[in-house]
Each structure stands twice: as structure tokens, then as C-alpha cells.
Write a protein that binds this ligand. Structure first.
Ligand SMILES: [Zn+2]
Length: 83
């Protein structure tokens, strides 16, 4: 596992989506624990995610949200947002 591979997989690793098998997660964790570059990076990255989840969701004006969703539709490829 290289630092670049880890960075590519970081979103999956931190998302807790259950898509990564345990052995793979363990490989990432070992790299993060042993790598002076990735360790601090992952720590601050996951901290940022945690903190941003604590923030209240901002409500957009409905008309603006509708326009935004329409504009983003092609980007999202018809994917439905969870919440
Ligand atoms: Zn690394």
C-alpha cells in the first residue's frame, strides 16, 4: 500500500459505509498508524468530517434548492441523496 493508494481510498475508508472488507480496512489502518505523512493527514481529515457533521444543516430557499438540484442532476447521474 502506498500513500497515493491510501489517499484514493480515504473517502471509502472514512465513510463507514461497510463497503470495505475488514482486511482492507486493517491494511489502511496499519499504513495510517505507521506512516508519518498519512497519520496526521487522516486524523485532521476525519476530524473535519466529524466536526462538519455536528453543524446544523443550512436550509436553502426552496426555489433556489430546486434550481440547484436541477443544475446538478447531470453531475449526480440521477443519484438520489439520502436525507
Ligand atoms: Zn502514507
Amino acid at each position: 500500500m502506498t500513500c497515493a493508494e491510501l489517499m484514493n481510498a480515504l473517502v471509502d475508508y472514512l465513510s463507514d459505509s461497510g463497503e470495505l472488507v475488514v482486511e482492507v480496512r486493517e491494511t489502511y489502518r496499519l499504513h495510517i498508524d505507521g506512516c508519518p505523512k498519512c497519520g496526521p493527514y487522516v486524523a485532521s481529515y476525519s476530524h473535519t468530517i466529524k466536526v462538519s457533521r455536528l453543524l446544523p444543516r443550512c436550509a436553502l430557499p426552496p426555489a433556489f434548492e430546486a434550481r440547484l438540484r436541477k443544475a446538478l442532476e447531470p453531475e449526480l447521474g440521477g443519484e438520489k441523496a439520502g436525507g
